[in-house]
Design a protein around this ligand. Structure first.
Ligand code: SF4
Length: 369
C-alpha cells in the first residue's frame, strides 16, 4: 500500500491506495472524530498519486467539479450503495439524508444513510460534505464542521463565479487610465454612481497625477470634482491621498514593493479611506489580492443562503479562505457581483428574469463561519 501527504490552503490531506485504486483520503484538520494512522509497512510514494494530486489541486482552484479516479473504498454493500449515491450529487449542490435514502430506494433508511456517510473513507472525492440536514443545517462531519462549511462555500463561490463569468464575460475592471486615476475613482465613487465619477474625472484638464492634485487648491479641486457629490470632503481626501503618494515619490512600483498588510494599514490611516475603499485600491491599483466587500456582495450572499458575518473583515476573510488567492479571480469576481446586482439582484430583485434559478425564494444552505 502506498501513501502520501499533500498540503493545501484548508488542511493537510493524506492519500492511501494501491493498484486497485484510492482506498482512503484523510482530511487532517485536527478536528472531528475521525482518527487516522499511517501504518508502518505503507510506502511513502507521492508520484504514485500524481493523478489524484493534480485533480485535487484543480478542485481547490475551482477548475474541476468532479473526479475521474480509480476508487477502492472498503465497506458493506449498503455503505457502498450510499457512497455511490453521494457521487451523483453535483458540485455546488447539497442533498439531505432523506433525499439520499429515497435515491437508494430505501426511504426509511435516513439514519443508516447518516452512518454510512460518516464512514465514507474517501471524503472530498466521494462528496459526503454535500449532505446536510433537511432544514439546511450542517449536521455532523467526521473531519469537523469547519472544513465541511469551507468545502461547501468553496464550491458555492466557484460555481457562482463560473456562472457569472459565462453569462456576463470579463468586466475589465477597473476602468481607469492609471493606478492613480483608479485610486481617485475609488474615493470619488463613495456614495455616488459611477457615471458621476466619470464626469468628475473628465473635468480634469491635464493628466491626473498626484502632483496635479497637490498643486490645485482645495476650492478649485472641489469644483472640478463637484459632479461626484460631497465634493468638499472628497477634495480633502484626494489631497491626503496625494500626500501619501509623495512619501513614495509618486512611484507606484515603490508602493507595490511593500507588503499588502503594510499598505492596507497605511491606506486605512488616510482620512476618508475605509476598508471597502482600501481593498478596492489594493486589488485594482496595487496588485494585492483583497476581496472587496460592498453592499452588493452582502445582499447577494444573504439572498443565496449564506449567512454572512456582520463585520467587514470577518466577511472578507470568509470569502478569502474559500476561494483561491488569485488577483485576477478577486478582481473579476467582485466586478461580476456588482454587475449581477445592478442587472438582476437589485433592492427589489428581478428573480423571474434571473438566470440563478435555484436561488429563487429558497435558502440553499446556511453557512456560518
Ligand atoms: S434569483 Fe433573485 S435573489 Fe437570487 S440572485 Fe437572482 S435576482 Fe437575486
Amino acid at each position: 500500500m502506498f501513501y502520501t501527504i499533500i498540503e493545501n490552503r484548508l488542511c493537510s490531506i493524506i492519500l492511501v491506495g494501491d493498484e486497485q485504486g484510492l482506498s482512503h483520503l484523510h482530511l487532517d484538520t485536527g478536528e472531528g472524530k475521525r482518527q487516522f494512522e499511517i501504518i508502518e509497512d505503507w510506502i511513502e510514494n507521492s508520484s504514485f498519486f500524481d493523478k489524484e494530486i493534480r485533480q485535487i489541486d484543480e478542485y481547490f482552484s475551482g477548475e474541476r467539479t468532479s473526479f475521474e479516479l480509480d476508487l477502492n473504498p472498503q465497506g458493506t454493500q449498503f455503505q457502498r450503495k450510499v457512497w455511490e449515491a453521494l457521487q451523483s450529487i453535483p458540485y455546488g449542490e447539497t442533498r439531505s439524508y432523506q433525499e439520499i435514502a429515497i435515491q437508494i430506494g430505501n426511504p426509511k433508511s435516513c439514519r443508516a444513510v447518516g452512518m454510512a456517510n460518516s464512514k465514507n473513507p474517501i471524503p472530498l472525492i466521494v462528496p459526503c460534505h454535500r449532505v446536510i440536514g433537511k432544514n439546511g443545517s450542517m449536521t455532523g462531519f467526521a473531519h469537523g464542521i469547519a472544513i465541511k462549511e469551507r468545502l461547501l462555500l468553496t464550491e458555492k463561490m466557484m460555481e457562482l463565479y463560473n456562472q457569472f463569468l459565462f453569462h456576463y464575460g470579463n468586466q475589465d475592471w477597473w476602468p481607469a487610465d492609471s493606478p492613480f486615476e483608479m485610486m481617485v475613482g475609488a474615493i470619488l465613487t463613495q456614495n455616488t454612481a459611477w457615471t458621476n465619477v466619470e464626469k468628475a474625472i473628465n473635468n480634469f484638464e491635464a493628466e491626473l497625477t498626484p502632483g496635479l492634485i497637490r498643486d490645485i487648491n482645495n476650492e478649485k479641486l472641489a469644483e472640478i470634482i463637484r459632479p461626484s457629490g460631497y465634493h468638499n470632503q472628497k477634495a480633502i481626501k484626494l489631497k491626503v491621498l496625494a500626500d501619501w503618494m509623495a512619501d513614495y515619490d509618486d512611484d507606484i512600483d515603490k508602493i507595490k514593493s511593500k507588503s499588502g498588510e503594510t499598505l492596507r494599514a497605511e491606506l486605512l490611516g488616510i482620512h476618508g479611506i475605509g476598508r471597502e475603499t482600501a481593498d478596492c485600491i489594493l486589488t485594482y491599483a496595487l496588485d494585492q489580492p483583497y476581496f472587496v466587500i460592498d453592499a452588493y456582495t452582502r445582499r447577494l450572499f444573504e439572498r443565496i443562503g449564506i449567512e454572512v458575518p456582520v463585520d467587514y473583515d470577518d466577511f472578507r476573510k470568509m470569502i478569502e479562505i474559500s476561494i483561491p488567492k488569485d488577483l485576477n479571480l478577486y478582481n473579476e469576481f467582485h466586478a461580476l457581483i456588482v454587475r449581477h446586482c445592478k442587472d438582476y439582484c437589485q433592492k427589489t430583485p428581478k428573480c423571474e428574469a434571473c438566470f440563478l434559478q435555484h436561488c429563487r425564494g429558497r435558502r440553499i444552505f446556511n453557512i456560518k463561519l
